[in-house]
Design a protein around this ligand. Structure first.
Ligand SMILES: C[S@@+](CC[C@H](N)C(=O)[O-])C[C@H]1O[C@@H](n2cnc3c(N)ncnc32)[C@H](O)[C@@H]1O
Length: 295
């Protein structure tokens, strides 16, 4: 990789350190997490989103793929190829291990450690992997909103590697919900028993770099995140030939999805809902409201 990064400031290093430090948790211990309901819900939501925009034999490019938590979701659709990229080296190692130990593999996969908001993806991937049918960025777009230059690099990377007519799908915190919550409290901090949000400033006109520190029990420990200003997102995306098709808050996506029998069945199969058992708590449901789906 011979390109210079756009900026060398610290927050993205903090993000990489944060995700590098998260231990791998086995399925048994995962069940004991106080946010197991939220984790399962997020997985269900991603499974529904992915199934809506991906077809058999598709080539997928995953930005911020983490430890490969979506590999099984892609396998169920029988995609042909996955290229996964993430800033956290440890997560890429874990994703590689998960892929190599997967029993049912419908696809080839390659993983790369890369800051996708400072470098071009073409600086690391092979030319034969340049054009994807679907680019997916789950729960990571908000890190790019640290600066306009980083957000533009995200959009350039998506646009450069998406074939004409392909889909960019993602999930990211809902800036409207967050700023409404902020306005409703005294000071800069709010949350409940499972999450906390602490804004750097109460008032701000910043379109990029609008920082808050986010914690979620058992998942995220004081990690910097940035509001994604949607009108700007939509406007800049057009400059990169990306047209917004749909965006929805998580609660709305859920309400729409459960009008389909298959998605209700999946809620049970993925144990989001279990007969005679506690499922999602009110505090988890509130935290779920923090997020948007887009495509
Ligand atoms: C909340 S995790 C989501 C992981 C995965 N997409 C999922 O849904 O399970 C956010 C991921 O974004 C990655 N990330 C953050 N900034 C990044 C950057 N500049 N370039 C690439 N990945 C980044 C983090 O390392 C982390 O793995």
């Amino acid at each position: 990789m011979d390109e210079k990064p756009l900026t060398t400031n610290r927050p993205s290093k903090r993000v990489a350190e944060h995700y590098n430090a998260i231990p791998v948790v086995n399925i048994e211990s995962r069940k004991d997490s106080v946010i197991i309901g939220l984790k399962r819900f997020n997985n269900w939501l991603k499974a529904v989103l992915i199934s809506g925009y991906t077809r058999r034999n598709d080539y997928i490019l995953e930005i911020g793929c983490g430890k490969g938590g979506d590999l099984i979701k892609w396998a169920k659709i029988r995609v042909k190829k996955i290229i996964g990229l993430d800033i956290a080296e440890n997560s890429i190692q874990e994703a590689t291990t998960r892929y190599s130990t997967m029993k049912f593999k419908s696809f080839d996969a390659k993983f790369y450690t890369l800051d996708c908001f400072k470098y071009t993806i073409s600086s690391v991937i092979e030319p034969e992997d340049y054009k994807a049918d679907v680019v997916s960025a789950q729960f990571c777009i908000h890190y790019a909103a640290e600066s306009e230059a980083q957000f533009r690099m995200l959009l350039k990377n998506v646009s450069d590697h998406l074939r004409p007519g392909g889909y960019f799908i993602g999930t990211t915190p809902n800036a409207y919900w967050l700023t409404k919550k902020l306005a409703s409290v005294e000071g800069t901090k709010f949350g409940n028993s499972i999450y906390s949000v602490d804004f750097e400033k109460k008032e701000s006109d910043e379109v990029f770099g609008r920082k808050y520190v986010y914690s979620l029990v058992d998942a995220i420990d004081s990690c910097p995140e940035y509001l994604v200003h949607f009108p700007t997102f939509k406007k800049l995306a057009l400059e990169y030939d990306l047209k917004l098709v749909k965006k929805q808050p998580f609660h709305e996506f859920y309400n729409e999805s459960i009008t389909h029998r298959a998605h209700i069945d999946l809620l049970y199969r993925m144990k989001v809902v279990e007969e005679n058992k506690k499922t999602i708590s009110l505090d988890e449901w509130e935290a779920i409201g923090k997020v948007f789906v887009l495509n």
